[in-house]
Design a protein around this ligand. Sequence first.
Ligand code: GRF
Length: 200
Amino acid sequence: MLRLGVLASGRGSNLEALLKSCDKSKNGARIAVVLTDNPKAKALTIAQEYNVPAFFVDPKACSKAEFNQSLVSRLKTYDVDLVVLAGYMRILDSGFIQAFSGKVINIHPSLLPAFPGLNAQRQALTSGVKYSGCTVHYVDEGMDTGPIIAQAVVPVLPEDTEEELAQRILAEEHILLPKVVDWIAEGKVRLQGRKVIINN
Ligand code: GRF
């Protein structure tokens, strides 16, 4: 069974999509623990509703390295095989990335490498692209720069507001992230240098 540790800073809709798909899936991926850097994150309540252990780790209580180390030790305590960043708003430090080398994935609301970082939907609207979408990728030490596992595309419509585009992308995120976790649980995803090979 693939044991997941989910890091989330806010609303938690991707966490909820994962919780639902893990309930249904036959491949045995399970969320072992949820961690947040925000005591008010709705992700905490969602995890509790699904009876998943969930903890707030205070980033202001210690140095950046110590904070990252406390995340790592919580995840190790819960024997986590794969870390999923689902709306986690902090950069992980190199200590964290090394502790879970090749075992951290993130969901981002654009077709990377376009529009990394914050406000990806606003960046897409401003740039005038006709298509955007979401990307699930492995996490390295850069900002949304790791090897791409999978993407889903949505149209950008002429009259779109940021919120409308974000909602259209989010609907795809809720499908793509659980799908990638399933593939990983089924051993279908292999990292070869910066390329990701999927054996479907
Ligand atoms: C999503 O758009 C995700 O792609 C981005 O942050 C947002 C998190 O939303 N990284 P939620 O907390 O999962 O609802």
